[in-house]
Design a protein around this ligand. Structure first.
Ligand code: F6R
Length: 259
């Protein structure tokens, strides 16, 4: 695992954006795995700015988002489909033909999940999977005790995750109970993984993912098995790492070059 500790959250976001940009520069038709959540919002804002100033062109990429809420149609404002259109796809020129998310209103979510997994395979697999991390160590919506070999499927969200997501919903709405999510095995199939974590709420799960045992109790610890996994952190998210000094020695200030 490559642990890059940047001097603040803005620098971490810029570092993550640079890794994504390098991937697309090397392969303009790259297949990108994308995430949602608060951590991703400044990342997508920066990507939009780079598209606007001509430094980034995502018109040839194909994308697969990690997850979508079951029961939310693509035009529901809190669906991840609508969120991705607002935060990235509309600016990047990524239409529904290339910007993929599971269909939260599929009549048979189990079949939809299998079809999503098959679509990733048919696209040639994911070149770079972008990830956030939940306070309980989840990646995508693979909650603790998800099989480390799991594939795209329907998952029940924990109360903690639903509480954390409630901030995106109005007072009259309840955060959905179920999601279709790529599995941990699906994530591990990506040729490279990039996890971005910022803020003190992520210190514990990040430490468990990097330095804890490989365990379904912390789904993000599965990244220990991945040969090309990069974690980009701000100092707050890195605060509980025992070997913080070592990571900073190997990659001073978040690492200028991707060694
Ligand atoms: C959603 C996803 C989730 C989030 C995680 C962190 O697509 O992948 O795993 O990354 O819940 O969310 P924030 O960034 O809101 O703390």
């Amino acid at each position: 695992m490559r642990v890059l500790i940047c001097h603040d959250a803005a620098a971490a976001v810029a570092r993550a954006a640079q890794i994504l940009q390098d991937t697309v520069a090397a392969r303009p038709e790259a297949v990108l795995g994308l995430a949602t959540g608060g951590t991703m919002e400044p990342l997508y804002a920066l990507l939009r700015a780079r598209i606007a100033d001509g430094a980034l062109d995502l018109r040839q990429v194909t994308t697969f988002n990690l997850d979508e809420y079951v029961g939310l149609a693509a035009d529901h404002p809190q669906s991840y489909a609508a969120t991705m259109r607002r935060l990235l796809f509309d600016t990047a020129g990524i239409g529904p033909d290339r910007g993929h998310l599971p269909d939260g209103t599929a009549s048979d979510p189990v079949t939809e999940a299998r079809a999503y997994e098959a679509a990733i395979t048919a696209a040639g697999g994911i070149d770079l999977q972008v990830l956030g991390i939940g306070r309980n160590g989840h990646i995508g919506f693979n909650e603790p005790t998800s099989s480390l070999g799991s594939r795209t499927r329907v998952k029940t969200l924990t109360e903690d995750t639903r509480r954390a997501n409630a901030r995106f919903f109005g007072a009259q709405e309840t955060a959905p109970e179920f999601a279709i999510t790529m599995g941990i095995g699906t994530v591990l199939d990506a040729r490279a993984c990039l996890l971005l974590a910022t803020g003190p709420e992520k210190a514990r799960p990040v430490a468990a993912a990097v330095e804890g045992p490989l365990s379904a109790a912390c789904p993000a610890s599965a990244l220990q098995l991945h040969p090309d996994a990069t974690l980009v952190l701000d100092p707050a998210a890195a605060a509980d790492l025992r070997l913080r000094d070592y990571y900073q020695l190997v990659h001073p200030d978040g690492g200028k070059a991707r060694l």
